[in-house]
Design a protein around this ligand. Structure first.
Ligand SMILES: [Zn+2]
Length: 498
């Protein structure tokens, strides 16, 4: 909130003044219903608003650090982003300790650095853990981006850049909410706070379970806010209450000891591509519903979501029909899916007239809430064994599983979070499922069974997380900060834990 950061915002995120005006306007069309607020809460909302330009500037500075956590990328960038986040946490002045910590992965190497900051609760107030992650997905091909991935750029009402939403905006929303709390309640408040900013969520949170065990005492909290999810749309908040799990593996299909001439042997000898495609086709029926015995799913009561909206949000081409059966949201939230996300085979440019001896694919399945991910893997494996044609050889390796999750919505924290969202957005929050997976949440539930978990976020259906042209809607950013700040302020005067 200093003058210098204000001016860096102006220099760095402004393409031209017209763009900035659009962005500011968008951020200001907040639906905050101030009639429901106390004077102190109204002051809090004003504090969020006044600090918004510097919050966007700080977020932009974080986006400039290319903190890709994948093994093939320079770990110095993830280290630099951990340093930056730790510096911002220290600057809030509310934490008794701020550390950059790493834990070992199950295979023994050191995971990426996380930031852990703590402040003890006083006078019987609850402790809230605020989670986000400071690492990002690889940017992909720069040419697919309208502005460079690590050059944060405002266009219209959105900030573009890798991590601008997922999840550096989650990091920044926590910091901004804490600063609004101190601006309103002073820095002598009673609420306990734990800030936990992970550094390898996009690389599978491999050291996460060990990190929780090693820092169990410092991480203990009554409420855990995971700010890494979606909102219903840019005007309507969501509290995510169900997440699908996942099963991924590499499937190698082989039919020949070596490549053979397709003219000489084609017609009598099956090639691996034919065998692989027939096997993969067996995962779905004619409607595109998953046809793997043992993968479970169910129809749920969900908000109205039309095919038209699906077509627009997913980018379906004209004439291409959706797959599956039942309501669209049940297909996305509470039923399984099986997708092939990669293939190793000769490229088109290198295609010679040979029968391909071996093909490998990456199979990525999403598992409905309520099913165990190991059991789901066993169902997929049995399906592969039963549907492999021509006696082809199959090998399954690199298996990775993550559990699905259903939030217990009966706790007081869910009510408090939805109240804060309603007041900050001026719209009724949607209890939503998401089709994606956040497997580490299962670890949190296992290690902290008493904690109430709130999955919130700063994304919206047009964010394009993980894809080129990822972006944050600046109005959503402001409303998400406001909702979290209201929640913290109210929990700061909450007594008892029931
Ligand atoms: Zn994320």
């Amino acid at each position: 909130m200093t003058d210098s950061s204000d001016s860096s915002f102006a220099q760095r995120t402004t393409q031209n003044s017209a763009d900035t005006e659009g962005a500011t306007d968008a951020a200001e069309t907040s639906g905050t219903d101030s009639s429901a607020l106390t004077d102190q809460e109204r002051a809090l909302v004003s504090a969020v608003e006044a600090a918004l330009p510097s919050s966007i500037a700080e977020l932009s500075d974080l986006v400039r650090i290319p903190s890709v956590s994948w093994a093939a990328f320079d770990p110095a960038n993830v280290a630099a982003s951990a340093e930056a986040v730790a510096g911002l946490a220290r600057a809030t002045g509310v934490f008794e300790s701020v550390d950059i910590l790493r834990a070992a992965t199950p295979s023994g190497e050191l995971g990426q650095p996380a930031v852990l900051a703590t402040r003890a609760a006083r006078n019987g107030r609850p402790t809230v853990l605020l989670y986000a992650h400071h690492d990002v997905q690889p940017p992909g091909d720069d040419a697919a981006w309208e502005s460079l991935p690590f050059e944060p750029t405002v266009r219209g009402d959105r900030l573009y850049g890798r991590g601008a939403a997922d999840d550096k905006a989650g990091v920044e929303s926590h910091l901004a909410a804490i600063r609004a709390l101190t601006a309103t309640a002073g820095d002598d408040f009673d609420l306990g706070l734990v800030l936990f900013i992970e550094g390898e969520e996009e690389f599978g949170s491999r050291s996460f379970a060990n990190f929780l065990e090693a820092n169990r005492d410092r991480l203990a909290a009554d409420v855990i806010v995971v700010a890494d999810s979606d909102n219903w749309d840019t005007e309507t908040p969501s509290l995510t209450i169900s997440l699908r799990g996942n099963v991924t593996f590499k499937l190698t299909v082989s039919t020949l000891a070596h490549a053979s001439h397709s003219g000489m042997f084609g017609g009598a000898v099956p090639d691996a591509m034919l065998a692989a495609f027939r096997l993969l086709a067996s995962f779905h029926d004619e409607n595109g519903s998953v046809a793997v015995v043992g993968l479970t799913g169910r129809e749920i009561e969900a908000p109205e979501y039309t095919e038209e909206t699906l077509r627009a949000e997913a980018g379906l081409l004209d004439g291409v029909k959706p797959i599956g059966e039942g309501s669209i949201l049940s297909r996305l939230w509470s039923k399984p899916t099986v997708t092939v996300t990669g293939i190793d085979a000769p490229s088109v440019a290198n295609a010679s007239n040979t029968l391909i001896p071996s093909v490998a694919v990456r199979v990525s399945a999403r598992i409905a809430p309520g099913q165990d991910s190991q059991q789901a893997f066993e169902a997929l494996e049995a399906h592969v064994r039963a549907h492999t044609p021509f006696g082809a050889h199959v090998e399954i390796t690199e298996v990775d599983t993550g559990s699905p999750f259903l939030v217990d919505t009966s706790g007081w924290a869910v009510t408090a979070a939805k109240d804060a969202m309603r007041d900050a957005w001026g719209a009724e929050p949607v209890e939503a499922g998401i089709g994606g997976s956040i497997p580490f949440i299962a670890d949190l539930v296992r290690v902290f069974p008493e904690a109430q978990i709130l999955v919130t976020g700063v994304e919206d259906p047009h964010t394009r997380a993980h894809s080129p042209n990822e972006s944050l809607h600046l109005g959503v950013f402001k409303r998400a900060i406001t909702a979290e700040a209201l929640l913290l302020l109210r929990l700061n005067s909450r007594t008892g834990n029931s």
